[in-house]
Design a protein around this ligand. Structure first.
Ligand code: NAP
Length: 810
């Protein structure tokens, strides 16, 4: 008996290496030198310089790749544009066959792909073989299905065009699949740039795709530095940029594309919480931590890098975790029994080590297990830092390495507060045996993916993406399709404007008095009875803070009324009121209740139909008939969103999880909305109604030219049971007011339907806090038409998708 115990205690794993021969043969076949893959051909730029790619596990030179310059970027975009002409017209069912063929081909070459991925990136073969590559194929199968169904299920949409895709080095193949599969399924063509540290699998992928028979130019892969990435972003013939990478580069891209009309999706960094309640299966949760933070050496955007554990079990849990860490195996990525491989590059290794030193300097206690690391190669021990302050930079900033920080909490609300105490919002894990508690916490954490009693679950059928500074847009699932689609009626916006560099955007210009209106009575001229509407904030009429007034003129230049000229303070007050309304429960009300209120608003507007018609005629000089049509359409639109108030909650996703994956369409939060001048009432209602129907509270800036309809409308709101603060209305200079909204940290999204130049500024300013925006680029929209003025596009903008994963079974 004691002998058996002795054997168990001294037993070591033997090496179980995966052979690199096939990879070496492939590299040799290319002379260990690669050009760019454009139009299904290898292209080597004239006089090209080559740069080495090393295996981070042993420093071995794998191959050399080249850098694309402007000429090559132009060639790749040109090839993509040419291919788009036919690919976008190719029937979905035919495109589906190509995606299916790609998926089949990827499966056939799965071992080659997995081994190369591990050699190029340093990740354990266990992960590249069992996770990265199967998911790669899965995405092409999943989106083959959507290509098949596009013409029937997505009838109101068209392809976007040429898509520039830029990916990071942590999941080179998976990130490429997340981007390329939905893009080409929807009829787009792509130019993809992999990260400089990990270029090889993207090149192998390109070859495999060509082998599957994909028409030339549909997928182009060009290697290059960040400047090549920048050239793709700036290229005028690129219609959309899809980026995955750091928040800082995401910010740069937002600025670069501002005002261009290019679609943009950003999958950025994270600092995701891993919350453990005292009733959780602690041993299971320890394994969860291992998968959350030491998967891929912690170089994972959604890594559970902040452990938040209930105080009464914290000591026990940490001890269990430390014991488990002592058994982790760090070493050769090609060894099949390795838990953690190599860090991708020396500079990343230095960054990680720098963070650990910072953590210690910030007062943290650092634990690293007493395990052996290979003598050569970029290996780092799994690391745990306890005892840090929640505000410490090590707790707040993304480390992107195998470093876990831990905090404790006492109550569920404290856990939620700590979990949300970050500028990011990518993912979260919640561990508790009380499913009610776990789901309640899951619904309150601001993150795009929440895993209950599990972690790092991914599948083609479920979207992935961030809240807040983790970016916007989703990859995966049906929701991921909309990043690669445009409504059929809409051309690619190509806004034209000249930036006035001398003028500071959004400066307040006080308005001056105009000639007053005059009435006649009993043969006398009389000044008009003053009915200047105030602002509408928190359900109350309030005077403008600055005590300025602006005049509303008719089409003939006559004074028809005056409104308050709002300023920064008015906007800040309105945002505060909107927040109060949100947190006091508007978003929590069930859809039935919100729909009742929208019906009530519609009834009350209709009851005052004639008055609103008169106002539109008075302000705009349009005919009675056209004004009547606008008011009728406004009533109708309220009915539409009363309908949608309880029909857009989300879906059950058909993922590979044994359990339930639910996509919840959560409200954005507080939305700032600047309304268009065309259709002063209908424009206002078309934007307000979807936002509040889906549980947001709003700060509305009505048409600057014709604000009186919106101001009349607050009396309708007052009589329709709309809780104070759900709709706030601030009148004045549109751009001045919207600037404060964009810069405001507590506004979650800004919609802007003003000028092209204003759209540029809104997008440009939004980069500071990565706020989601929706702009009209100064282009006219037919608000009267149902196609352009209502529906999915609006609901999509009013919500963000959270995927909650709940495994089932004993
Ligand atoms: P990165 O430095 O932002 O680089 C990402 C990609 O952008 C690389 O291809 C890079 O090229 C390129 N690039 C850099 N600067 C550019 C510029 N100015 N213009 C255009 N392209 C530019 O990020 P990373 O270090 O590779 O990746 C780590 C980051 O990605 C982490 O923050 C992580 O959280 C995030 N990430 C997010 C997700 C998600 O789904 N949310 C998934 C994975 C990773 P070079 O490599 O040539 O510099």
């Amino acid at each position: 008996m004691s002998k058996i115990l002795e054997i168990f205690n001294t037993m070591e794993y033997g090496p179980a290496p995966e052979a690199p021969d096939a990879v070496k043969a492939w590299l040799d076949e290319h002379g260990r030198k690669f050009g760019l893959f454009i139009n299904n051909e290898w292209v080597t730029p004239k006089g090209a310089k080559f740069y080495p790619s090393y295996n981070p596990a042993n420093g071995e030179l794998l191959a050399e790749t080249t850098q694309a310059g402007q000429k090559e970027v132009d060639a790749a975009v040109g090839a993509s544009r040419e291919a788009f002409k036919t690919w976008s017209k190719t029937p979905g069912v035919v495109r589906a066959r190509y995606l299916y063929a790609i998926a089949r081909n990827l499966q056939k070459h799965s071992r080659l792909l997995a081994v190369l991925e591990s050699m190029d990136n340093g990740k354990p073969i266990r992960e590249s073989r069992d996770i990265d590559v199967p998911l790669l194929a899965r995405h092409f199968y999943y989106y083959a299905g959507w290509a098949q169904l596009m013409e029937t299920e997505l009838r109101d949409y068209q392809s976007v065009g040429v898509v520039g895709q830029i990916i990071p080095w942590n999941f080179p193949l998976l990130m490429l699949a997340w981007k390329i599969a939905p893009a080409i399924a929807m009829g787009n063509t792509v130019v993809l740039k992999p990260a400089s540290y990990t270029r090889l699998t993207a090149l192998l992928f390109a070859e495999i795709v060509a082998e599957a028979g994909l028409p030339a130019g549909v997928v182009n892969v060009i290697t290059g530095s960040s400047s090549a990435g920048s050239m793709i972003v700036e290229h005028p013939d690129v219609d959309k940029i899809a980026f995955t990478g750091s928040t800082d580069v995401g910010r740069t891209l937002r600025k670069q594309t501002a005002g261009s009309g290019k679609k943009l999706s950003l999958e950025l960094g994270g600092k995701s919480p891993f919350v453990v309640f005292d009733d959780a299966d602690l041993d299971g949760a320890v394994e969860g931590v291992v998968d959350a933070i030491w998967f891929n050496q912690g170089q994972v955007c959604c890594a559970g890098s902040r452990l938040i554990v209930q105080e009464n079990v914290a000591a026990k849990f940490i001890q269990k975790l430390k014991n488990r860490m002592q058994h982790m195996r760090v070493g050769d990525p090609l060894d099949k029994s390795i838990d953690m491989g190599a860090i991708v590059d020396q500079s990343q290794w230095d960054t990680i080590d720098g963070w650990v030193k910072t953590g210690i300097a910030e007062g943290g206690e650092c634990f690293q297990p007493n395990i052996a690391l290979p003598e050569k190669g970029l290996f780092y021990k799994p690391t745990l830092i306890t005892g840090l302050d929640p505000a410490a930079s090590t707790v707040q900033e993304e480390i992107f390495g195998p470093v876990l920080v831990s905090l404790t909490f006492r109550t569920p609300s404290e856990a939620i507060e700590l979990a949300n105490n970050t500028r990011y919002g990518l993912a979260a894990s919640v561990w508790s045996d009380n499913i009610n508690l776990a789901l309640d916490v899951a619904s309150k954490i601001k993150a795009g993916s929440v895993w209950v009693n599990c972690t790092n679950q991914f599948d083609g059928a479920s979207g992935f993406g961030g809240y807040r500074e983790s970016g916007y847009g989703r990859e995966g699932g049906r929701e991921g399709l909309f990043e690669y689609l445009r409504p059929t009626w809409m051309d690619r916006p190509r806004p034209e404007f000249v930036l006035d560099e001398k003028k500071k955007w959004g400066e307040h210009v006080p308005t001056l008095p105009t000639q007053p209106g005059v009435a006649r009575a009993n043969g006398h001229s009389l000044p008009l009875v003053d009915r200047t509407p105030k602002m509408y904030i928190g359900g109350k009429q309030v005077r403008p803070d600055g005590a300025y007034t602006s005049s509303v003129l008719s089409a003939k230049g006559k004074l028809v009324g005056q409104v308050g000229d709002g300023n920064r303070k008015d906007i800040r007050d309105a945002v505060e009121a909107a927040h109060k309304a949100r947190t006091s429960g508007w978003a929590m009300r069930h859809g039935y209740n919100r729909s009742q209120i929208l019906y009530f608003i519609a009834e009350n507007l209709d009851a005052r139909n004639a008055e609103f018609v008169k106002r539109i005629v008075e302000m705009t000089g349009r005919t009675q008939k056209s004004a009547q049509a606008e008011v009728d359409a406004s009533v109708e639109r309220l009915f539409t969103y009363a309908a949608w108030a309880d029909k857009y909650g989300g879906t059950v996703q058909e993922t590979t999880l044994r359990g339930i994956t639910v996509a919840v369409n959560e409200p954005m939060g507080v939305i700032g909305i600047a309304c268009p001048d065309e259709n002063p009432l209908l424009g206002f209602i078309s934007l307000m109604a979807p936002a509040i129907a889906r549980g947001n509270s709003v700060v509305m800036i009505p048409s600057q030219k014709y604000p009186l309809s919106a101001m009349d409308f607050y009396q309708v709101l007052d009589t329709s049971d709309v809780p104070g603060g759900v709709v706030n209305i601030v009148t004045g200079d549109r751009d001045h007011l919207v600037k404060t909204l964009v810069q405001h940290e507590d506004v979650d999204s800004v919609w802007y339907f003003g000028s092209a130049e204003g759209s540029y500024h809104v997008e440009n300013e939004s980069a500071a806090n990565m706020k989601r925006t929706w702009t009209g680029y100064g282009l006219l929209r037919d608000w009267m038409s149902r196609e352009q003025g209502e529906g999915h596009e609006f609901l999509h903008e009013a919500t963000q998708v959270k995927n909650i994963w709940v495994p089932t079974g004993e």
